[in-house]
Design a protein around this ligand. Structure first.
Ligand SMILES: Cc1cc2nc3c(=O)[nH]c(=O)nc-3n(C[C@H](O)[C@H](O)[C@H](O)COP(=O)(O)OP(=O)(O)OC[C@H]3O[C@@H](n4cnc5c(N)ncnc54)[C@H](O)[C@@H]3O)c2cc1C
Length: 105
């Protein structure tokens, strides 16, 4: 299938979805508020002092075919097929389409 995807969020679920879709769909873009992936299942090790950090560069856990955009998704215009992102001081708009159906309003 050749549908472009935008996946919002960069936690376990979104990373899995993006990596599974990569190479099977059109362009796959993952939008996350930050550029790091927090391994929450390792946070107790940080708390216990056996590990310095549970953060990884988000790009390092993504399939090479997944495009990463860092920003906060503020609004989805389903009709216009756009996601509006706040990226610090400025906002950018990017085209959006979906393979699995439109999100609920
Ligand atoms: C302190 C802590 C410790 C935990 N320890 C464990 C553990 O040991 N074992 C275990 O099984 N589970 C653990 N969990 C639970 C586990 O982390 C969650 O179940 C899991 O992270 C959920 O994954 P997710 O992908 O659904 O969401 P999340 O991991 O919450 O990821 C959501 C991502 O989406 C981004 N996001 C959200 N809204 C937007 C938006 N509008 N625009 C852009 N980006 C957005 C967020 O910034 C975040 O990066 C822990 C949770 C916490 C808080």
């Amino acid at each position: 299938m050749n549908t472009d995807l935008i996946i919002i969020g960069g936690g376990y679920a979104s990373v899995m979805a993006a990596n599974r879709a990569a190479g099977r769909s059109g362009r796959v873009t993952l939008v996350n508020a930050g550029a790091t992936f927090v391994e929450r299942i390792r946070l107790h090790e940080v708390a216990a002092g056996s590990r310095d950090s549970a953060e990884l560069p988000l790009a390092s856990v993504l399939h090479l075919d997944v495009e990463l955009m860092v920003g906060w998704a503020e609004r989805i215009d389903a009709e216009g097929q756009k996601v509006f992102l706040a990226t610090g001081a400025s906002s950018v708009t990017t085209a959006w389409s979906t393979r699995w159906g439109a999100p609920r309003p």
